[in-house]
Design a protein around this ligand. Structure first.
Ligand code: HEC
Ligand code: HEC
Ligand code: HEC
Length: 89
């Protein structure tokens, strides 16, 4: 039974991974943020954002987004760290 459940979960995970959007727009009152998923997935490892295991939804929110996005950009000295470089009106 466990094996069947695992197989179904894996099939679902693979079906979802084929559907990851190229870009995700996060609405924000100080200017929407466009996240290029395709570009990031090519530039950095999946697990840096998704953790170990099958990648899926990430609940961000302001504080988590700033820690994750700005944190990596600062670490790698690549990508925007200034408000207006992510938040575009
Ligand atoms: C720089 C961070 C980052 C990297 C690297 C990254 N992702 Fe994502 N991924 C995200 C974010 C943020 C979302 C959008 C979260 C959401 O809407 O739930 C997302 C969404 C997804 C989703 C859609 C989840 C859903 O159900 O809507 C899948 C599948 C996914 N990523 C797979 C991958 C794979 C596979 C890789 C590596 C090839 C990867 N991601 C690399 C940050 C990243
Ligand atoms: C690396 C990109 C990035 C940078 C740089 C950045 N932000 Fe954000 N910010 C985001 C993302 C992504 C979200 C949306 C998170 C969500 O909705 O889940 C966000 C959300 C917010 C929100 C919440 C907006 C709302 O309508 O709820 C505020 C306010 C905000 N940021 C202010 C700032 C300020 C001020 C700065 C500069 C000090 C800044 N941000 C720099 C990516 C960034
Ligand atoms: C694990 C590292 C990492 C994380 C996490 C990450 N980025 Fe980036 N980001 C990069 C790198 C590296 C670049 C530079 C890529 C290049 O110049 O080709 C970049 C470039 C960018 C750019 C400018 C180029 C473009 O693709 O438009 C934006 C905007 C951006 N990131 C937004 C975000 C947002 C929003 C998040 C969080 C949802 C995020 N990034 C999370 C590594 C990361």
């Amino acid at each position: 039974m466990k094996k069947v459940v695992a197989a179904v979960a894996l099939t679902l995970a693979l079906a979802v991974s084929a559907m990851a959007a190229d870009t995700v727009v996060y609405p924000a009152k100080n200017g929407n943020v466009t996240f290029n998923h395709k570009g990031h997935a090519a530039a950095v490892e999946c697990k840096l954002c998704h953790g170990e295991g099958a990648p899926g939804k990430i609940a961000l929110g302001k504080d988590k987004a700033h820690a994750l996005c700005k944190g990596c950009h600062a670490d790698k000295k690549a990508g925007p760290t200034k408000c207006g470089e992510c938040h575009k009106k």
